[in-house]
Design a binder for this molecule. Structure first.
Ligand SMILES: [Zn+2]
Length: 99
């Protein structure tokens, strides 16, 4: 049984998180959602025992408002652009320094 609010697009098998246990006694795993509404938002799910998982589900990261969703992609593009620029400047500056 799948939870409605859980993501079908999550990162693989999940990451173990310390010794936290699910209410069913299995270990809890950390996943990252890659849905349009919750891109990059992390959540916990039951890690299961012998393939038997219960329906435990809990968000780790807070809900991101629509404003954050509209701003984040733009910021990422700018950061990547500035990183490129930095690398380009390094190739110019480093030989100049060694003169
Ligand atoms: Zn469980």
């Amino acid at each position: 049984m799948e939870n409605n609010h859980s993501s079908s697009n999550s990162s693989g098998s999940g990451v173990s998180v310390g010794d936290r246990l699910c209410h069913c006694g299995a270990s809890v795993k950390l996943y990252t959602a890659y849905t349009k509404l919750n891109n990059g938002r992390r959540f916990l799910r039951c890690g299961g025992v012998q393939g038997q998982k219960c329906d435990f589900f809990e968000w780790v990261d807070p809900y991101m408002c629509a404003q954050a969703h509209s701003i984040n992609p733009g910021l990422l593009v700018r950061v990547n652009h500035l990183d490129d620029e930095n690398r380009r400047m390094e190739t110019v500056i480093v030989p100049w320094r060694q003169k």
